[in-house]
Design a binder for this molecule. Structure first.
Ligand SMILES: [Zn+2]
Length: 611
């Protein structure tokens, strides 16, 4: 494989990748001032010490001192080479790596993915245009007007209408060079068995339906949800699963909610497309819906990237209650805190928002009950427990959910809640729950031991700033020298004209750490494109740079600091030279060359006098 990649391409990928967005796909980040904090993915910890700096586009963990840029983050977390990381980030940013870098399979997949996106873009534009501008779409517009949906909302959600025709989309897209076979492949048309002449024929999948365009996190259409406006069945029809669309991995509304969830600190998980649109219109930009299926584990994981709390607002009918119970369990399983919205007088959030203000909806969110309480009320509603055996049965049903809760304080709260509600002693409740806990105890012990080991290994590693020391030459490098080198680079980063001063004072071969020399030599350029084919070295350079950024220095004292660093490096150089001379002297002495040894001794004396 040819490894040549244009510099501009790498820089473009870097520019198009936001480190906060990227890391959010792996770590739940919370804003703190200018930066974002989260639980470090590289070591085991309970309180967040993992810091992401959007201005510098870097990350740094104060716990294990791991740090770097977008490329080194992806390389580390997925164990990738630079090229693989570049490839993924390019695809993520919708940029194309030069063709010759790809394997034939990658080329084919890229071609198909591109076509998939292109065709969905055409289809979304067609449905949208029918709704807004063509007579066939008027019925859809009337429906939206009745529901108080304005044009801005229609455009923001890219709503559409599929006319009641067999070949509306087929014709429209054929005029754009899309074949019926392709439409079938990507789920937008259906192939009939052969007609009388023996030719296969095709028809539109979505006909006479209102269209909800499903957008991915980068606002590209990837699928459609379609509902009828009358009573015909099925009420909802969605795009089928294809190699490029899995409904269990996506959420409706994620194109805006990824930001809204992070900002508000919780996700509002709703049941329907219209609920999501109504909530978003009322300012709840953290609202999402699962795509016409029960919530999946992958969707729960997706939510967990953005927040640690989910408020479920499903329909209030019995099907909605059942769906809430299932979704709550899945979310708890992923370690999320779960609350449930109670809208007594409305059948769903859309219905509620028709008759109430956003403030009233917010009040309902603020008064949401915990999932455990919700489940309790749901279970006792039809079968109020009277006998002791009923009560014991109920505790057993609740136990798995309570056991999923990580916080001991919270767990005790639920045990007390059950004790009060059921009129049983706290001890009895605990006994029931703990007897269930014992079955899973072994698993728990294993996980704890593992994380303990990880902590120890992080602490014991022979590292500075998270990386093993790789010095130029094999001698021991004193910590002070490493600090002085770091400080010098930091000073040059903050004051670019110091570079020449350093060169004048120390020359360019004093560096003891290889990465430091590379960083310094490249400054002011910080892309290190020359090192992208040495994956470990690239990561170490980024790591060193991250360490350097974290040094706390007083900017007003830059000049004095520079002097300190220069003299400490000179002093060390001097000391090392003397040590070297002493070693040479001893060697000469042993070999019997006393005159030679004396000459060296004299040199040492002179050096010491000069300081
Ligand atoms: Zn860490």
């Amino acid at each position: 494989m040819n490894n040549w990649i244009p510099e501009e391409f790498i820089e473009e990928v870097r520019r198009q990748t936001d480190i906060v967005d990227l890391i959010s796909e792996y770590v739940m980040l919370k804003r703190t001032g200018k930066n974002y904090m989260g639980i470090c993915p590289f070591h085991s910890e309970k309180t967040p010490s993992f810091n992401v700096n959007p201005d510098r586009q870097t990350f740094y963990c104060f716990g294990c001192n791991t740090g770097g840029d977008v490329f080194s983050f992806l390389m580390k977390i997925n164990n990738l080479t630079f090229l693989e990381a570049l490839n993924r980030l390019a695809e993520r940013a919708g940029l194309e790596l030069p063709e010759k870098e790809l394997t034939p399979e990658q080329k084919e997949r890229r071609r198909k993915l591109k076509r998939f996106k292109e065709i969905h873009e055409y289809a979304a534009a067609y449905f949208h245009d029918v709704l807004l501008n063509r007579p066939e779409g008027r019925v859809g517009l009337r429906y939206l007007a009745q529901r108080g949906i304005d044009t801005n909302t229609i455009k923001f959600f890219r709503l559409g209408y599929a006319p009641d025709q067999w070949d509306g989309l087929l014709k429209e897209l054929q005029s754009k060079g899309v074949s019926p076979e392709e439409l079938v492949e990507y789920g937008l048309a259906i192939k009939k068995s052969r007609d009388e002449q023996g030719h296969p024929s095709y028809y539109d999948r979505f006909r006479g339906r209102f269209i909800f365009t499903i957008l991915d996190s980068r606002s590209s259409p990837i699928a459609f949800g379609a509902r009828v406006l009358d009573d015909s069945l099925p009420k909802y029809l969605n795009s089928p699963e294809t190699p490029f669309f899995h409904k269990g991995h996506n959420l409706y509304g994620i194109h805006y909610a990824q930001r809204g969830i992070r900002e508000r600190g919780y996700a509002l998980l709703l049941e329907g497309y219209m609920d999501t649109i109504a909530a978003c219109k009322a300012g709840f930009t953290n609202a999402v819906a699962s795509l016409g299926t029960a919530l999946t584990k992958d969707q729960a994981k997706l939510l967990k990237k953005y927040a640690d709390k989910v408020v479920i607002g499903y329909d209030s009918d019995s099907a909605g209650v059942k769906a809430t119970l299932r979704a709550g369990e899945i979310l708890l399983e992923q370690g999320l805190r779960v609350e449930v919205l109670i809208l007594e007088e409305a059948k769903d959030p859309d219905d509620f928002l028709k008759n109430h203000s956003a403030e009233e909806f917010q009040a309902k969110v603020d008064n949401a009950v915990t999932f455990i309480e919700f489940k309790y009320y749901a279970l006792v509603k039809d079968n109020p427990p009277r006998a002791i055996t009923d009560k014991a049965e109920l505790v057993k049903k609740m136990a798995p959910d309570i056991l999923k809760i990580k916080s001991a304080v919270e767990r005790e709260g639920y045990e007390r809640f059950l004790s009060l509600k059921l009129g049983l002693s706290l001890e009895a409740i605990r006994y029931e729950i703990n007897s269930l806990a014992k079955q899973t105890k072994e698993k728990f012990i294993k996980t704890e031991n593992f994380s303990l080991k990880q902590d120890i290994s992080v602490k014991n590693r022979n590292t500075i700033g998270g990386t093993k020391i790789d010095s130029i030459g094999d001698s021991f490098v004193p910590l002070g020298v490493i600090r002085a080198e770091q400080m010098l680079i930091r000073l040059v980063l903050d004051n670019p004209d110091f570079k020449i001063k350093v060169l004048e004072r120390l020359g360019d071969d004093f560096w003891r750490l290889k990465e430091h020399k590379i960083i310094f030599d490249n400054l002011p350029d910080r892309s290190f494109i020359g090192f992208i084919h040495e994956d470990l070295l690239y990561q170490r350079i980024q790591q060193r740079l991250a360490d350097i950024y974290e040094l706390e220095i007083e900017s007003t004292e830059a000049q004095a600091l520079l002097e300190d660093c220069v003299s400490s490096i000179e002093a060390n150089k001097n000391r090392e030279t003397i040590e070297e001379m002493q070693a040479r002297m001893i060697k000469l002495e042993k070999s019997g060359d006393i005159a030679g040894a004396l000459a060296v001794l004299q040199e040492i004396g002179e050096r010491l006098r000069r300081g």
